[in-house]
Ligand binder design. Structure first.
Ligand code: GSH
Length: 209
């Protein structure tokens, strides 16, 4: 049985969205970040970083949202959601997955860390303008990469779209502007996917129990 440890409206949603796309059953274990549950000894025995998401699949425990998605795709899915290892599509897929984590997400996480996640004495408010500029640089690259395609690999939806899409929704929730027409059409294409909506619903049900 798969268990997802997470908190709504965080990177956890990448994992639950992927599981819903795959149609794989899972249990959602709500880790209350606001009550410090992620820092507890018992949760740290699952994820020593004290962060969400984590996933357990029988004996295996994984952290890092992007790695969890490729694991799930390889084990429970088939192309195109995660292209076959060694294929040129997989190379391009992993390139965009890494871009999302290393380039698109980082400026947002910098803003988040310096707004609320870091200890107060570590926060540097001068960083916000540069981080917002870096996010715009990453958006410009993404816009070129997406071009006229529906999804980042072309006509077919893949796990990379989940991580990129989640990060774009995150950018909007942080009030970052996204001006590119193709990116806005992409956001509209992703936002109402039944699997995304089902994942959001499952997370909020678990949180309200
Ligand atoms: N690189 C990790 C980042 C995990 C992460 O930073 N999660 C945030 C929520 S989105 C968290 O748990 N933050 C709590 C904290 O920093 O104390 C991943 O992609 O899974």
């Amino acid at each position: 049985m798969i268990t997802v440890y997470g908190y709504p409206q965080t990177r956890t949603n990448r994992v639950t969205w992927m599981l819903e796309e795959l149609g794989v059953e899972y249990k959602f274990n709500f880790v209350d970040l606001m009550k410090g549950e992620a820092r507890s000894e018992s949760y740290r025995s699952i994820n020593p970083s004290g962060k969400v998401p984590s996933l357990s699949d029988d004996e295996l425990v994984l952290t890092e949202s992007a790695a969890i998605l490729t694991y799930l795709g390889d084990k429970y899915g088939s192309a195109p959601i995660v292209p076959a290892p060694g294929s040129s599509k997989r190379g391009t897929h992993d390139q965009w997955l890494c871009f999302a984590i290393a380039e698109l997400e980082q400026p947002l996480w910098t803003i988040g860390k310096h707004k609320f996640a870091l200890p107060k004495e570590r926060r540097v408010s001068e960083i916000f303008e540069t981080a917002a500029w870096e996010f715009q640089q990453a958006l410009a690259l993404l816009s070129v990469g997406l071009g006229k395609n529906d999804f980042i690999l072309g006509s077919e939806f893949s796990a990379a779209d989940i991580v990129i899409g989640h990060t774009l929704f995150w950018g909007l929730s942080f009030k970052q502007s996204i001006e590119q027409e193709n990116l806005n059409a992409y956001i509209n294409r992703l936002k109402d996917r039944p699997a995304r909506l089902a994942a959001i619903e499952k997370e909020s049900q678990a949180a309200n129990q």
